[in-house]
Design a binder for this molecule. Sequence first.
Ligand SMILES: [Zn+2]
Length: 427
Amino acid sequence: MSKVVTGIDKSGSFRVYVTITTDMVEEARKIHNTTPLATAGLGRVLTGAGLMGILLKNEDEKLTVQFKGDGPAQQILACANGAGDVKGYVVNPEVNLPLTSKGKLDVGGSLGIGTLTVIKDLGLKEPYMGQIDLVSGEIAEDLTAYYYISEQQNTSFALGVKIARDYTVEAAGGMFIQMLPNPDEKAIESLEQMIGEMKPLTAVIEKVKEENPVLSELGLCEKLLDEIFKDMPEAYAVSKLSDTEIRWNCDCSRERIERALMTVGVSEMKKIIEEDGQAELTCSFCTEKYKFNKEELEKLKPQYEDLREKTDADSTLVNYVKASRPASKFSKMLADDEKGTRLNELKGIIKNTEIFKKYADMSVQDIRLSQQNFNGKIQLQEDSISVFKEISEKVNPSVKEEAPLQQKTEVKVTEKVQEEQVIGGPQ
Ligand SMILES: [Zn+2]
């Protein structure tokens, strides 16, 4: 359980959230058995996501923060909700790189060049999604840039994870400053100066701990807030508003895994039952394994038949597109399509997007199917999804002219598709 203390400055120019997440990050380290470099990256992302989750208005609202790059860590992903639950994983928990020239763990290098995607599910029909290119891959800087670019908000993040000699987490924490409407110019200047001169957050946490050895977690967090802002001018002195907590919690369940399992496709399921006679799926967040024997798989079948329609549309689409790939062929095909027959055909497919949405909902969340048994199968799904996107893009201009409503449907689906790709993670 990690405490989070919220404070506000005297002039009402900014709000700040500070947290000490040593326990939460250590728990994630144990679950994923991460190297120090992976622990640092994952710990920062978990802490950042947890702080962002606090801003959600309702407990059941959730967000996903995904850092994806061409570096050896590949991807670091975390989910948080308004109730303070946080979970996450790094695709390559064994990532290892030399320290940077400053002697720091090279989190930016482990991610490389890539993107930061934030998806917020606010219980509305469609999730909100924002994406930026990674600034440095050092996480805090990227999250700050995300708020500035995608949400037009001035914020500042500081995130830190310090690894002990035995590779456990010695200290971890985060700070998130959010400028409020119409801030004092001087407040911004003072903040910038303070941030510029600030020691690494973990050093401040350790100092506070050393000075207050008997304080509770909450007391320590309050002290941390005081310590960080102790040199602010009196007009912008920070005082505590409230406190809350965030914690590691994976909400996976057998039921959810069953739903994921049901997306493999009618014929694939048959094949699994006949050839493997069993299935094992691993939750990518908490690494919990879910085993299904033949009987259990067969029991899933009746529910699964209901999804036949989806599967058929899926394969129709894949076949259709396989015949017409690559994308340049699409453009040509549409250009040659004087009677609009093929265009209509494509539109028909796009009309079936409800099916795809259903599909995205089901495999959403978290479930990375482990086991060679499943890899090939999910690959097929992702393939069809990217193909689907391709079609949407190609058909988009024409649809726009003729039927604005349909275009709207399309945009929504594209978002869903992206969410699916994001949340499903690589295999
Ligand atoms: Zn789990």
